[in-house]
Design a protein around this ligand. Sequence first.
Ligand SMILES: [Zn+2]
Length: 458
Amino acid sequence: MNKNNVLDYLNSIEEVVNDINLKIWSNPEVSGNEEYSANLYRSALEENGFKIVNTPNMEHAFYGEFGSGYPVIAVLGEFDALPGLSQNVDVKFNPTTKNGPGHACGHNLLGAAPFGAALAIKKYLEESKLSGTIRYYGCPEEETLVGKVKMIKAGAFQGCDLALSWHPMTVNSPINKAFLSLNSLKFRFKGISAHAAQSPESGRSALDAVELMNVGANYLREHIIDKARIHYTITNAGGAPNIIPSDAESWYYIRAPHRSDVEEITERLINIAKGAALMTDTQMEMEVLGGCYEYLPNDVLFKLTEDNMSQVQLPEFSVEEKEYALSLQQTIDKKLVNLERRKYLSGEKEDTVIFEGVLSKEEAFNVDVSGSSDSGDVSWIMPMNLFLTASWPLGVANHSWQATSSAGSTVGTKSMMYAARIFTGMMYDILNNHSLVEEAKSEFRVRTEKNKYVSPLK
Ligand SMILES: [Zn+2]
């Protein structure tokens, strides 16, 4: 089998790959509840001769392994959905289940593409008798940003040489800058309740502490780097107004492009919380819910991704698919659509509905995926690539009903098969050229020499 034969084989099993994709899309499960999805992958992998290894103390985390010997390639699959984003494959808001969950981040596609590639590479390993091991990682709880952080802590990735990953989005692009590092913390204040009119002097308001902390945090914004983000909600603000709240709680996310910035800002925020407690004569207790790293790029894997993105067959959308995409795009404010067109297409191709082609290296360097993901953490324990494919029309944001719609449509399926071809092409190249692994690993060692991974989970 040469590379094209392996890619042809992958195309020939599209039905198998799409079957699992659509089953996951139709049975959306939110973070932590991925029982159906994880078991579907476990049994599909087992049926195909993969050995299942479950991650200790994590019900829905596992990997399926095939082959033997060096190199050990990890492909990362996810399958969790988002609450409240249920939607049919429709061009108007039309949930399958009112307020139900939906695959608005396309993790149905995200999990199925590397699954398809794993099956294709399994076939190749059998026929070629080459040395090499493929591991399909079933990674739960991505949307709550803790799954892979816990898996790393449990040692689930031990023995891997490198990891391959992707995400559905609005463009086809290799990525070298992505994910803001993050800390998630809760601050609980304890005061003294009292009658708010009769004896306010006896009370100490925990809500005052929460509010003063928020004021402090808002002043802090002016004295941190531009790219940092601080968001909060008040998760407990007390009960009736005539009772001075003895308990109140806020929940903070701190994000920045580098882990060290997040750690520094977190320390300053903790001081603000302590100050709020001091001002209000209350007690402060803090809970670290989790955190994750930014993506650590790897030039060797970037190049390999870039090459394969333009070498393998790109998706071709039918007239009907383009019409569907246009109708979906028309539900988005035109200004937002144009903003995104300008961002990626340098003012050209003003009528682009679905992105076709691949961004050039220069354009790709400007793409900044500025959410957070626990995939970032994996890139700090071994070399990892990242790429995007156009799974929904330009202007459609991840975590929207339009994205759920597109993720369940044939537009989504085509972008998924494109991603599967990229994974397959990359693995074929790696299995035939081990120096790629060694080069990626030596670059990784240089990048992490003075900056080792420390789990954000205490
Ligand atoms: Zn996602």
